[in-house]
Design a protein around this ligand. Structure first.
Ligand code: SAH
Length: 248
C-alpha cells in the first residue's frame, strides 16, 4: 500500500560500523511493518551482503536488499517533512526534544489520512553517536528516556523501540479515524533548509548577524521554527523577507 504510513517512515543509519547491527535493524523494522532503510556512508560499503548482517536480519533480508545507500544525510532526508535525530545525549543547542510517543504522534500527522509526507528517524554510529552538525539538520531530537545511569541502548534495540511506538500510534490513529487536516501542505525539509540559508544571508546583509561572530543565532532560529511545522506558503513568506533584506 503506497499510501500506508508504514511505507512512509525511513530508518536512516549514519556510518554504522557493525554489519550485525544493520541486519538487526532490518529485522526490528520488518517485525513492525516498516521497510525503508537508508544507510549513510556505512563503514563497510557492501554491508547489506555481509554474512553477519544477513544472519542477524533473520528473515528480513528483503529489507537489506532494498536498502538505499547514500553519502549524505541530505540525500536520505530528501522529500521528508519530518525528521528526528535519535540520540541518548541531550545537547546545549539541540532541536526540541521529543519522547518516542510524541514523535509517533507527529509521524501520524504527516502520514495519516490525506497527508502523504515522509518522515525519518536518524540513528548514529555505535561508538560516536550523531555529530552536532547532523543533529542540526533534523527539526527534532528523539531520546528514549532510559536509566539515567546507563542510558545507551544498542542501535537496533533503539530502532525497535521507535518502530514499535510508531506502529502502535498508527494503529490508534486508524481505529479512531484520526482526521488530521493541515490547511496547507507541509514544507519539505530541504526547502526549510534552503530558507534558513537564505534568511542567514539576509540577516548578514542588514548587519543583524556578524559573520565573524555569528554566535548561535541560526541554531536558535532553527529551534524556534522547529516548534511549529512550517507550511509551504510560510516558507515562501520567510524567503520573501530574506530577499527584501538582501535587496537593501
Ligand atoms: N556512544 C554513543 C551511543 C551510540 S548508541 C553516543 O554517545 O551517542 C547508537 C545509536 O543508538 C545512537 O546514536 C542513537 O541513535 C541510538 N540510541 C541508543 N540509546 C538511545 C537512547 N537512550 N535514546 C535515543 N537513541 C538511542
Amino acid at each position: 500500500m503506497q499510501n500506508s504510513p508504514f511505507s512512509r517512515l525511513r530508518f536512516v543509519l549514519v556510518e554504522t560500523s557493525h554489519p550485525g547491527n544493520v541486519g538487526s535493524v532490518a529485522r526490528a523494522m520488518k517485525t513492525m511493518g516498516f521497510s525503508n532503510l537508508y544507510l549513510v556512508n556505512p563503514r563497510i560499503a557492501d554491508v547489506v551482503h555481509h554474512p553477519e548482517a544477513i544472519a542477524l536480519a533473520s528473515g528480513a533480508t528483503d529489507i537489506l536488499e532494498a536498502a538505499v545507500i547514500v553519502h549524505t544525510l541530505q540525500e536520505a532526508l530528501a522529500g521528508c517533512e519530518l525528521a528526528a535525530a535519535v540520540s541518548a545525549r541531550l545537547r546545549e543547542f539541540s532541536p526540541p526534544v521529543l519522547e518516542p510517543p510524541e514523535f509517533a504522534e507527529r509521524f501520524v500527522q504527516v502520514t495519516a489520512g490525506s497527508a502523504s509526507g515522509f518522515a525519518a528517524l536518524v540513528f548514529g554510529n555505535e561508538r560516536t553517536g550523531l555529530p552536532n552538525h547532523l543533529v542540526e539538520k533534523c527539526p527534532f531530537l528523539v531520546t528514549i528516556p532510559a536509566n539515567p545511569d546507563y542510558s545507551s541502548l544498542n542501535l537496533a534495540q533503539a530502532a525497535q523501540v521507535l518502530a514499535y511506538v510508531c506502529r502502535y500510534q498508527s494503529k490508534v490513529a486508524a481505529v479512531h479515524g484520526q482526521e488530521i487536516g493541515f490547511k496547507g501542505s507541509l514544507a519539505n525539509l530541504a526547502d526549510v533548509d534552503a530558507m534558513f540559508e537564505h534568511l542567514e544571508r539576509g540577516l548578514i546583509a542588514i548587519d543583524f548577524i556578524d559573520p565573524a561572530s555569528p554566535k548561535k543565532l541560526m541554531s536558535r532560529l532553527r529551534r524556534l521554527f522547529a516548534r511549529t511545522q512550517l507550511e509551504v506558503e510560510e516558507v515562501n513568506i520567510l524567503r520573501g523577507m530574506a530577499k527584501k533584506m538582501l535587496d537593501k
